[in-house]
Design a protein. Structure first.
Length: 385
């Protein structure tokens, strides 16, 4: 979803269009879902009879209590008349059904949604038309959420006017009714902090803050438990932070800050000093470096979307040495070269033939991981060049 948002933003700038994204904030989204509206929509989508009754009963026959003082104080049960239970396996699915027709109702923006993370990409040929479409989009969003039993929190809803050249954008006035929608320099979507120049500085700040806490914990843990236990904890903490969207931010100007934190964690697992080279320990511990994680995620994207690319043989119809190599995608902006789908051909073409010719998805995945661990790339350019 974030990948698609970036693709649309950078694509608009490639075409010399103005682009902005509205990031919606829903007031207590899951808690105010209207049961009748949701039941009507589920019936429209073909959920009926006992299945519909089961789902509607799971929403309606619920009560909640407040517990305090270690469980010794308990309020009287209060029956809930709205909302879907968060944390259940069905909560995101049911909420997604509630929002499912939103994109068809907003014709001034391309809507991207996951649960209550909702964003609208607005594109226009000039600033004046962008401002007009932003105002139309904000008004339509507020109206749609109101008609569907939810509330768009205008005071926390924001928009970014993207300018990838680093120039400050022109102030744009956007309103939904009488309420002003704030123009901001950065906003959060699906856990990513996006800034108007797509520099990823704020997001890397956030990641490094979490990595610092994880490294401290691993260092303390390494003093008392075996290395294999610490390694397991590494994957639950440091690796999970690094691999989330690494192909999006892992080539930003400040990416090495996160890589330095990763090396600290690896040295902690190996119980070596912080001035020791970490490269051999990445290999011995079976851990991919941050650049290798970026390569892995881009390569997996290409493998999963291979049919969307053309090979040299498809274009030139000649059986040359490069016939099976993927064609590069045209681009005009430097930012475009760091998009996952644009990086894809260059990354995939550099992989060993033994990996790219793996007969199945699982074998490709495991062979790629083993190779990247063994290579322990310290920079993306080290792999490409």
């Amino acid at each position: 979803m974030a990948r698609e948002l970036l693709r649309r933003v950078v694509g608009a700038r490639e075409n010399k269009l103005q682009v902005a994204v509205v990031f919606c904030d829903l007031s207590k989204a899951f808690d105010v879902a209207n049961h009748d509206v949701l039941a009507t929509k589920m019936n429209y989508y073909g959920i009926s009879g006992p299945s519909l009754a089961l789902l509607t009963n799971s929403m309606r026959q619920r009560s909640q209590v407040v517990v305090g003082e270690g469980g010794s104080i308990r309020s009287d049960p209060l029956t809930t008349t709205m909302g879907v239970a968060q944390g259940s396996s069905l909560s995101n699915i049911m909420f997604s059904l509630l929002l499912n027709d939103l994109p068809q109702s907003i014709d001034t923006a391309h809507m991207l949604m996951y649960a209550d993370d909702v964003a609208g990409v607005v594109v226009a040929p000039n600033i004046e038309q962008l401002e007009q479409r932003l105002n139309e989009t904000a008004t339509k969003l507020a109206q749609w959420f109101g008609m569907n039993g939810m509330v768009l929190n205008i005071s926390k809803t924001q928009f970014i006017h993207f300018n990838l050249a680093g120039q400050p954008p022109k102030a744009i006035s956007v309103r939904a009714g009488d309420a002003v929608v704030e123009q901001t320099k950065a906003a959060t979507f699906l856990g990513f902090i996006l800034d108007r120049g797509l520099t990823w500085d704020a997001h890397i700040d956030k990641v490094c803050g979490k990595l610092g806490s994880a490294c401290f914990a691993l260092n303390r843990l390494a003093r008392t438990v075996p290395a294999e236990v610490v390694r397991t904890c590494y994957f639950a903490t440091v690796h999970s932070l690094l691999q989330y969207g690494a192909e999006l931010w892992g080539r930003a100007a400040d990416w090495e800050r996160a890589f330095r934190m990763q090396k600290r964690a690896v040295r902690a697992i190996a119980r070596v000093s912080q001035d020791t080279s970490a490269r051999p320990y990445f290999k011995s511990l079976g851990i991919m470096t941050l650049p290798s994680i970026v390569i892995y995620q881009v390569a997996m994207y290409v493998r999963d979307n291979y049919d969307s690319y053309q090979t040299h043989g498809d274009v030139h119809h000649r059986n040359t040495r490069r016939a099976n190599k993927l064609m590069a995608l045209g681009r005009g902006l430097a930012k475009s070269g760091k998009l996952t789908h644009v990086m894809g051909p260059a990354v995939y073409n550099k992989l060993p033939i033994a990996i790219t010719e793996a007969p199945s998805h699982d074998r490709f995945k495991s062979a790629l991981k083993r190779w990247l661990v063994e290579q322990a790339f310290y920079r993306f350019d080290e792999f490409i060049n």
